[in-house]
Design a protein around this ligand. Structure first.
Ligand code: FAD
Length: 468
């Protein structure tokens, strides 16, 4: 009887434990992707990017004589229906860890198990399952550095090779047409703006890793901090949709370290940050929904999205150049440099005293590398409300950070106002934004909505008044 292989954020053939296992049985394998209740809640950019990932993955499956069956509906109902239609006796998938996916998967598991179907999850999204890492006291880690030390020398198995074929069922079940799903429909800035900046699919991810290891890893430890430099791997969009496995990246990092590449150790540590996010999210699902440190519930966060300052932040016109360049970069490319993410998050939560959830949700709508664990951890880290966080009283200075991180060129690349001949990227922003924002490259660049000095003082006063 066939095995239904349920794909979600694991759109790859290489190093996919559940798939390797299914292929090895010799039984027919029916790959399925469901536009389910979890996908229904994705923001516009993640949904578009996922759709393109699915398109590319379907081609990949066809190249080994298989297919990707597309269905829409509640995961539980769709899978029950497919089991009936195909006579499958097993449904396997790669484990997910974010609360909405966990809830969905538990429901699927209990319903299918009740029908005598072998419903089983396998690892593959992480290097270390979150419950396998614990402190000497048997607790989970709340701070990155000890977490990192405890896992960094662990043996990580070699990545598995892609199956060269998958046995097909006698008849294929019907499939929806991906184009009918309109995965890009909600992206009002239009997919054509973002698409040239994306690296979609398994082949692109592998090429990207190889290029990074050849050209960039040596200088990575320094170059990764400069937003104007292409100094990082760019693999986050591929990792988040599982187009490449963390093990593949990890082993490439180990080889680079063995070869004496200076940046390799830092790269491995960044991969561990991703593991740490998932570790925290697994143990404290509220990472995605509320202040990790509950005392922050008492902080006077602005939560009104209609505030002029919030609008200015979202629209890249706060008058703080580093912040605006970064927000525009995200609007056009669906990505933002890590340094810039820290700068805009600090400005929103400290200078503007806005709740980090406003920023987290805006990122969730606009990032093509949106990741439930990394995004929520990044925001709580920046806001000071997270378990391992930058202290609230350390307020980044978005003016001096320009020099410190050589962001002049980056700013020129993204801010058109005041330039006689602005670069295409900066102009793309104006092609992308909704007309109702009424912004033009010919405008005068705005004065700061809140200056560094005023914002910093106000935030520190509010912080000290509560004796945190
Ligand atoms: P590289 O520097 O090449 O790093 C390699 C990989 O390590 C990344 O692809 C990523 O998987 C992981 N990694 C690197 N830095 C971090 C980090 N600080 N935390 C966790 N994992 C990390 N990352 C996302 O993948 N999705 C998000 O939605 C996201 N939101 C963020 C929000 C805020 C406010 C902040 C401060 C950070 C956020 N990050 C997020 C983390 C980080 O900015 C990105 O992972 C990184 O910029 C991706 O670029 P890269 O792939 O070139 O990274």
């Amino acid at each position: 009887a066939p095995i239904l292989m349920w794909f979600r954020r694991d759109l790859r053939l290489t190093d996919h434990p559940a798939l390797t296992e299914a292929a090895a049985t010799g039984r027919p394998v029916i790959p399925v992707f469901i536009h389910d209740e979890v996908v229904e809640d994705y923001g516009p950019a993640p949904r578009w990017r996922l759709g393109e990932g699915v398109r590319s993955f379907a081609e990949r499956l066809e190249s080994i004589g298989s297919r990707l069956i597309l269905r829409r509906g509640r995961a539980c109902n769709v899978l029950e229906g497919l089991v009936e239609e195909t006579g499958a006796t097993a449904v396997w998938w790669t484990r997910a860890y974010d609360p909405p996916s966990v809830e969905r998967d538990e429901a699927v598991k209990s319903s299918l198990t009740g029908r005598d179907v072998d419903a089983a999850s396998r690892p593959g999204h992480l290097l270390f399952e979150p419950w396998t890492v614990e402190t000497k006291q048997g607790e989970f880690y709340k701070v990155y550095t000890p977490y990192m030390r405890s896992v960094k020398n662990r043996e990580v198995a070699d990545p598995e090779t892609a199956p060269s074929e998958l046995a097909a069922p006698e008849t294929w079940p019907d499939s929806d047409d991906l184009d009918d799903w309109g995965m890009g429909a909600a992206m009002d800035r239009g997919a054509e703006i973002v698409a040239p900046h994306a690296y979609i699919g398994e082949d692109a991810a592998q090429t990207r890793l190889a290029t990074f290891m050849r050209d960039l890893i040596e200088d990575y430890a320094q170059a990764r901090d400069y937003p104007g430099v292409e100094g990082t791997s760019g693999l986050s969009e591929n990792l988040t949709y599982g187009e490449i496995s963390p093990r593949t990246c990890w082993h490439a990092g180990l080889r680079a370290r063995d070869a004496g590449k200076a940046g390799a150790e830092t790269f491995l540590q960044e991969l561990i940050w991703r593991e740490f996010s998932y570790h925290l999210l697994h143990h404290t699902p509220r990472l995605m929904t509320g202040n990790w440190r509950e005392k922050w519930d008492a902080f006077p966060w602005n939560e009104d999205e209609r505030l002029t300052e919030v609008k200015a932040w979202k629209q890249g016109r706060t008058g703080i150049r580093f912040v605006d360049a970064a927000m525009r970069e995200m609007y056009v490319t669906g990505r933002m440099h890590n340094r810039s993410r820290m700068v805009v998050a600090s400005y929103l939560t400290k200078h503007l005293m806005c709740h980090w959830k406003i920023g987290m949700h805006w990122f969730e709508e606009h990032l093509i590398d949106w990741d439930p664990a990394n995004n929520s951890m990044g925001w709580q880290w920046s806001a000071g409300s997270g378990p391992d966080a930058t202290p609230f009283f350390r307020v980044f200075n978005p003016i001096t950070q320009v020099d410190k991180f050589k962001a002049d060129g980056y700013i020129r690349n993204w801010i058109a106002e005041g330039q006689d001949d602005p670069p295409e990227d900066a102009l793309d922003y104006f092609r992308a934004i909704p007309r109702r924002w009424s912004m033009s490259p010919d405008d005068d660049y705005p004065e700061p909505v809140v200056s560094h000095e005023d914002g910093r003082q106000r935030a520190l006063d509010a912080y000290q008044a509560r004796e945190f």
